[in-house]
Design a protein around this ligand. Structure first.
Ligand code: FEO
Length: 395
């Protein structure tokens, strides 16, 4: 996509990856993605904020050429992950006078990943500034959005915040620059998916970063992926809600059923919760898009895993999802398990509890039944629905 000016003297010069379907080989990209690099033209110096995936470097160079750029003084690296740093060696090859501006931790990671020599770096500390001539860049250490070395760069006079991965979305679009009435729902959805899959484990760090952004009060937020945000409160308010300690009275039931016993239990529990006016959403893990469940985990109050016993444990697809949830560390308050077994009634619970060790939620007595559910089993499920509905009323 062609270069675009987002404010006088500040241009998007990145690359759009229209048909990429996975990031880090795990994060679903139903809308593709972009690698947003930005050029800041000061009166004396020129700074490039981040680069692109190395296989997309031609697009970056085309955009620089289109703007007639013959000199780059600084390459600011907000994050060492290769989707933003990977083309730095190619930019240095083309502009050998450029210095890589970053913090000490990011420098070390860039050297591990890209074998850059010491003399190409200019190290900056928290809140340090860099004068480009009429445009000042200020750097803010912002660890864990998404790695420990991440930082923000702020164009002070223009009030543009280059927020790195933070507040981004995986969206490939030629309408890169803003939220409009037409795309508002898509931007919200993809920003939430991005938060769920990438940022959610760092919720407590993010709370602090949101306060910093409030202090800066930027007019434009220019993240490293997806749309550039002019309606900053739209995204900041969404983030404030997601990182808050509040949960939604919603029960998720990720399940697998081999011969229908567990499915029958899931359907019964779903009906019983719904009868009590509790929002409930079963997800068949064999067919569900995990990123959709991850989005629900952002604020669901309870998760009931439903699995048959198989291979001396829970079903591998249930374990796979539990492992993902354990890593994403959502603010789920209550957990439980239902399912069916043939000869060993405890293996599913033991397996799942071991995998979910990072989730600090209250466990509600599981309902594991032998064979197909009978009358007593349905009564136990009714009791589980009653307990959940009482808990969720006060969650
Ligand atoms: Fe977009 Fe953490 O890289």
């Amino acid at each position: 996509m062609a270069a675009k000016e987002i404010k006088k003297g500040i241009h998007w010069v990145g690359a759009v990856d229209w048909d990429r379907v996975l990031f880090d080989e795990i994060v679903a990209l139903p809308e593709g993605t972009s690698y947003n690099a930005y050029l800041v033209l000061g009166g004396e110096k020129v700074a490039l904020i981040d680069t692109v995936e190395p296989y997309k470097r031609t697009e970056l160079f085309e955009n620089l050429q289109e703007l007639g750029i013959e000199k780059i003084d600084y390459i600011v690296s907000n994050h060492a992950e290769q989707d933003h740093s990977g083309a730095i060696p190619y930019v240095l090859e083309r502009f050998p006078e450029a210095k890589v501006v970053t913090n000490a931790k990011c420098k070390a990671m860039l050297q591990d990943l890209l074998f850059l020599s010491d003399d190409v770096f200019k190290i900056v500390s928290d809140r340090e500034t860099l004068n480009l001539g009429g445009k000042t860049l200020q750097f803010f250490l912002a660890p864990w959005v998404h790695w420990p070395e991440t930082m923000f760069t702020y164009a002070v006079e223009d009030k543009v915040l280059f927020s790195c991965d933070f507040l981004g979305s995986h969206i490939a679009t030629s309408e890169l620059f803003d939220t409009t009435d037409e795309n508002r729902a898509k931007v919200y959805l993809e920003t939430k998916r991005y938060y769920a899959e990438i940022m959610m484990p760092f919720r407590n760090f993010i709370k602090k970063h949101l306060l910093l952004i409030e202090e800066l009060s930027p007019e434009i937020i220019a993240p490293s992926h997806g749309v550039v945000i002019k309606e900053t409160e739209f995204i900041l308010n969404a983030y404030r809600k997601w990182v808050s300690d509040n949960v939604k009275p919603l029960v998720l039931i990720p399940f697998v059923s081999m011969h229908g016993s567990t499915r029958t239990m899931v359907e019964f529990l779903t009906r019983e919760l719904s009868r009590r006016n509790i929002e409930v959403r079963p997800y068949n893990l064999i067919t569900a898009d995990l990123s959709n469940i991850a989005m629900e985990l952002v604020d669901a109050a309870a998760v009931v895993f439903a699995s048959p016993a198989v291979l001396a444990g829970a079903h591998p697809s249930v374990i796979g999802f539990a492992y993902l949830m354990n890593g994403l560390r959502p603010k789920t308050r209550f957990l439980s398990i239902i399912g069916s077994y043939g000869w060993s009634g405890t293996v599913v619970e033991k397996h799942l509890k071991a995998v979910l060790s990072s989730i600090k939620a209250e466990w509600i007595e599981p309902v594991m039944i032998k064979g197909f559910p009978g009358r007593d089993d349905f009564e136990r499920l009714e009791t589980l629905a009653e307990i959940l509905s009482e808990k969720l009323k006060t969650a």
